[in-house]
Design a protein around this ligand. Structure first.
Ligand code: TYC
Length: 99
């Protein structure tokens, strides 16, 4: 059937992996400089980028830090959240699939 062949040919081309956002959530306790340090260390942001992301989350409640494949996004969000926990802060990063 012609439709089937078309489908098979189309699917033979690998799709780009779906991307997931890592989102930084604001809280009332984590020091600003600590948030900046985690953003620089885990997400390789520059000082300026890290301050901008931190201040956006501080003012608006949340900020997208970056987009990655699912596994990378989840690993970075877990590591960055864990860095906060180890220091006794409620700093939280979440992930969600990009539209
Ligand atoms: N709101 C925190 C404070 O005033 C700083 C902060 C910013 C914490 C962004 C988390 O995602 C965050 N100390």
């Amino acid at each position: 059937m012609q439709d089937t062949q078309t489908t098979q040919r189309t699917q033979a081309v690998p799709k780009r992996p779906p991307l997931h956002k890592v989102i930084l959530l604001n809280d009332d306790y984590t020091p600003r400089d600590f948030v900046v340090r985690v953003l620089k260390g885990e997400f390789r942001l520059s000082e300026e980028q890290a301050r901008r992301v931190m201040m956006t989350a501080h003012r608006r409640g949340a900020c997208v830090v970056g987009v990655f494949t699912r596994e990378i996004a989840e690993t970075k969000a877990t590591n960055a959240t864990e860095a906060g926990r180890k220091a006794g802060y409620p700093l939280t990063f979440t992930t969600e699939p990009e539209e």
